[in-house]
Design a protein around this ligand. Sequence first.
Ligand SMILES: C[C@@](CO)(OP(=O)(O)O)[C@H](O)COP(=O)(O)OP(=O)(O)OC[C@H]1O[C@@H](n2ccc(N)nc2=O)[C@H](O)[C@@H]1O
Ligand SMILES: Nc1ncnc2c1ncn2[C@@H]1O[C@H](COP(=O)(O)OP(=O)(O)O)[C@@H](O)[C@H]1O
Length: 285
Amino acid sequence: MKVQNPPALLSMVKVFAPAKINLSLHVTGQRNDGYHLLDSLVAFVDVGDQVTAEAAQHTSLTVEGPFAQGVPTDGSNLVVKAAEACGYPMALTLDKHLPPSSGIGGGSADAAAALRAAARLGGPLMGHDHALLLGADVPVCLASKSARMRGIGNDLVETPLPALHLVLVNPRVEVATPNVFKRLDRKDNAPMPDTLPEWPDSLAFVDWLGTQRNDLQEPAAKLAPEIAAVLVSLALSPDVLLTRMSGSGATCFAIYPDRATAQDAAAQISQSNPWWWVKAATTLP
Ligand SMILES: C[C@@](CO)(OP(=O)(O)O)[C@H](O)COP(=O)(O)OP(=O)(O)OC[C@H]1O[C@@H](n2ccc(N)nc2=O)[C@H](O)[C@@H]1O
Ligand SMILES: Nc1ncnc2c1ncn2[C@@H]1O[C@H](COP(=O)(O)OP(=O)(O)O)[C@@H](O)[C@H]1O
């Protein structure tokens, strides 16, 4: 019998940390510990951060990239917390492209990428329950596949969606998630339907999505009036199908019929608002 060598372990890995978009976000209750119950359709896009990792004696972190200045470089960074939580020390480099505190889960995506990096280097693969301790959004980011997310972020059902062409806009205003939840008047809003419909194509999906909500949009817009300006700017762009805020804000998204239309809208919005962070994006399969 031929004896096969075990697969060689990689010495360095690069892992993409895609932005998370809450296409819908219904807040349906609140637990005794203060955490809110959610019902959210989550998608991931081809815009994100990059985590590079090597096994090391001690965990270290270098942060670079366009949003490096906005994130901590010490043990409070979620990639360091992720390395510590899985007990696998790594030399980490975070190339930060997503605006922080912006409702697209940058820190959670980075933490999930660090967990995937540890597993690829030969460390343990952390389970969802353990990942949840790093943040409510970390479990959904671990798979980075579109999903219906319920509970506080722990109850996940993979939900394939038609491809969507988006523009993401952040007015470069950081919004703290707990402050938005605190300003939400009603905590017991209606969930999405028990059984989600089948969508034959993107247009049918967007029609249905228009009947759903982000319950955090109103309280976030009270905290950051720039959100209203972003939504107006997206709503005025040619051929737009739907506009909404993601997560607790302030990033908003719009959906377009195709990539070229999304790219044209992004270029036009960026030209009129040079300070804003504007990206055309397509959902990942
Ligand atoms: C609101 C969401 C929707 O996807 O996205 P973001 O706006 O952060 O991107 C998430 O639930 C955020 O997840 P994440 O950012 O990982 O939250 P955590 O670090 O666990 O919690 C930060 C704080 O948000 C509030 N929080 C978070 C999640 C949840 N289900 N209920 C809450 O009330 C709590 O005040 C908590 O102290
Ligand atoms: N890798 C990271 N990237 C961004 N923020 C981080 C990171 N690690 C820790 N943080 C902290 O987490 C907080 C939430 O950031 P982030 O995850 O980007 O928010 P959101 O989930 O709203 O997009 C910020 O206040 C930031 O200081």
